[in-house]
Design a protein. Structure first.
Length: 377
């Protein structure tokens, strides 16, 4: 790995990090959209298990911490990642080490995706790996825009494959897909042709399949097989999707009311807090809630596009684009899961599904985006 500082446009690095932080430029529509989605998440949990439940209390705590991170974005000067390779590289290496440690942890429902800490605290390491990948590749691509395309494909592909393979071993195929899409997004923005990107994608897929065949232990291969069977609608996930459709259909346009969703409240709808939180939410608040949620996601998309268009440096453009791929891949896939349009991949819906690791990772990412908007535009 290469540790070097980009000196373009910065004759005095110390002085260059002293840019003014103007709160007038803070993107309040973006913040309000995030707040609105998070309120829906809390309402969903309150309706399923009550405000005194552990799920509600934890998610409220996660949101308060995340909101503090988002509002404290003056403390995260994005130019540290832009000008120096060391911060993003340290974050990337740390995420790899955490993924390796996670493989030795106790499995939860056959998946070793969580690292368990003292006092009952646990977090999903793949969520931090996704954000680390966005930061690392943004720095890598933006500092090599004049280098050979083949070199960029091979080196970035090696970095990406390393993380994907560790996530693949858990096995967490949903997160592996997201990491793969982040890399493809970076290649597109890097300026590669569709043919070059397709070749790179095929090479990475073939490599994963070959190494997976010869490296995975028998019990890990059985996890892969069971996942693929369920993805084809021949296992437990087909039942989950059926119940999701029933919950959505029973909600109608206005919903059954807070706490009146029988599918989720009585455990008929599996994973009502996480994978199928959207179905549970629609059952309680109807298609009207879905329309509001889609509008809020559109607001976020429009704000990301606005920031990207006005960004003046390569790192910012790469980070915003790949972070957008990371964010909206979750949205599209989870919506497809709840509607039965795509296989169940175990991916949460941003700001709606229960989970602290994903929420905090998103808040850190959006905090960096706000920092880019305020200091760069």
């Amino acid at each position: 790995m290469e540790f070097r500082k980009t000196s373009r446009n910065f004759t005095n690095p110390a002085k260059s990090l002293q840019g003014r932080f103007d709160w007038v430029k803070f993107d309040f529509p973006l913040f309000i959209a995030i707040l609105g989605l998070s309120v829906f998440s809390l309402l969903n949990l309150a309706g399923i298990s009550g405000i005194e439940s552990t799920f509600f209390q934890k998610q409220l705590t996660f949101f308060i911490i995340g909101a503090a991170i988002l509002l404290a974005n003056p403390l995260i000067d994005y130019r540290i990642f832009k000008n120096y390779s060391l911060p993003s590289t340290i974050f990337f290496i740390a995420s790899i080490l955490l993924l390796i440690m996670t493989l030795q942890a106790a499995p939860v429902r056959g998946v070793t995706a969580w690292l368990h800490l003292p006092f009952g605290v646990s977090f999903e390491t793949s969520e931090f790996a996704k954000l680390a990948m966005v930061l690392f590749l943004a720095r890598y691509f933006s500092s090599r825009i004049y280098l050979n395309n083949i070199s960029a494909i091979l080196v970035s592909g090696i970095y990406t494959f390393l993380v994907i393979f560790l996530v693949f071993l858990q096995p967490d195929f949903g997160s592996a897909i997201i990491l793969f899409l982040i890399w493809l997004g970076g290649l597109f923005l890097f300026g590669l042709t569709k043919r070059q990107v397709l070749i790179a994608a095929n090479f990475l897929i073939i490599t994963v399949l070959i190494l997976g065949t010869f490296v995975l232990e028998p019990y890990q291969k059985s996890r892969v097989t069971s996942f693929l069977v369920s993805s084809l609608g021949q296992g437990r996930e087909s039942y989950n999707v059926l119940q999701s459709k029933i919950a959505i259909g029973s909600g109608g346009f206005w919903g059954l009311g807070l706490g009146s969703g029988s599918q989720a409240k009585f455990g008929i709808l599996p994973e009502a807090n996480t994978d199928f939180a959207l179905a549970s939410l629609i059952e309680q608040f109807g298609l009207f809630a879905l329309i509001i949620i889609l509008i809020l996601y559109f607001v976020i998309l429009s704000r990301l596009f606005s920031i990207a268009v006005k960004a003046r440096d390569g790192f910012s453009k790469f980070f915003i684009f790949m972070f957008s791929v990371y964010f909206f891949s979750h949205v599209v896939i989870n919506l497809g899961m709840n509607l039965g349009l795509v296989p169940v991949a175990g991916l949460p819906l941003p700001f709606i599904s229960y989970g602290g690791s994903f929420l905090i990772s998103l808040m850190i990412g959006f905090s960096i985006l706000e920092n880019i908007r305020i200091r760069n535009l």
